[in-house]
Design a protein around this ligand. Structure first.
Ligand code: HEC
Length: 130
C-alpha cells in the first residue's frame, strides 16, 4: 500500500516535470519557427520585391507580372519546384514564357536566401486559388 502511494507521488511529480518540459519544448519550437517557412514573413518579402511587378495583392499588373492568385501553373508545382523556379526566374527567351517579359531570378533581389524564398513560396501558396 505504502509503495503504491509513493509510486503515485513519483508519477504525479514526473507528470508535472513533463508538463514543464513540454512548455520549454514549445518555446524552443517557436524559436525554430522563425527559420521555418512563414507565409506571414513571405507576405512582407513579397510586398517589398515581387509586388512591384505582381501587385501588392499578387493579382498581377498589365505588361509586368502575372496574376499569381489564379495561376494554375503555380498550383501544379511542388514547393521545391517553386523554390527552384524563383531562383532562376523565367527570361523572355524561355519557351515557357507567355508574356515576353522577364521574370528575374529571385525577383531581382539577389540578397534573398533560400529560407526567404521558402517563406515567399508559402505566401504565394496561401493566396493561390487555382
Ligand atoms: C520585374 C518584374 C517581376 C518581378 C520583380 C517579379 N516577377 Fe514574377 N513574373 C514576372 C513576369 C513577367 C512573369 C511571367 C513570365 C511569363 O511570361 O511566363 C512572372 C511569373 C511569375 C510566376 C509564374 C506564374 C505563372 O503562372 O507562370 C511566379 C510564381 C512568380 N512570377 C513569382 C514571383 C515572385 C515570388 C517574385 C518575388 C520574389 C516575383 N515573381 C518577382 C515578372 C516579375
Amino acid at each position: 500500500m505504502k509503495r503504491t502511494r509513493l509510486l503515485a507521488i513519483v508519477l504525479a511529480g514526473g507528470l508535472a516535470i513533463a508538463a514543464c518540459g513540454g512548455g520549454d519544448d514549445d518555446s524552443g519550437g517557436n524559436g525554430d519557427d522563425s527559420a521555418a517557412p512563414s507565409a506571414e514573413e513571405g507576405k512582407q518579402l513579397f510586398g517589398s520585391t515581387c509586388a512591384s511587378c505582381h501587385g501588392q495583392d499578387a493579382k498581377g499588373m498589365p505588361d509586368l507580372g502575372k496574376d499569381l492568385t489564379t495561376s494554375a501553373w503555380v498550383a501544379e508545382q511542388t514547393d521545391a519546384d517553386l523554390l527552384a523556379f524563383l531562383k532562376v526566374g523565367r527570361p523572355a527567351s524561355d519557351p515557357l514564357n507567355t508574356t515576353g517579359v522577364d521574370m528575374p531570378p529571385k525577383g531581382g533581389n539577389p540578397s534573398f536566401t533560400d529560407s526567404d524564398l521558402e517563406s515567399i513560396v508559402a505566401y504565394v501558396r496561401s493566396i493561390n486559388n487555382a
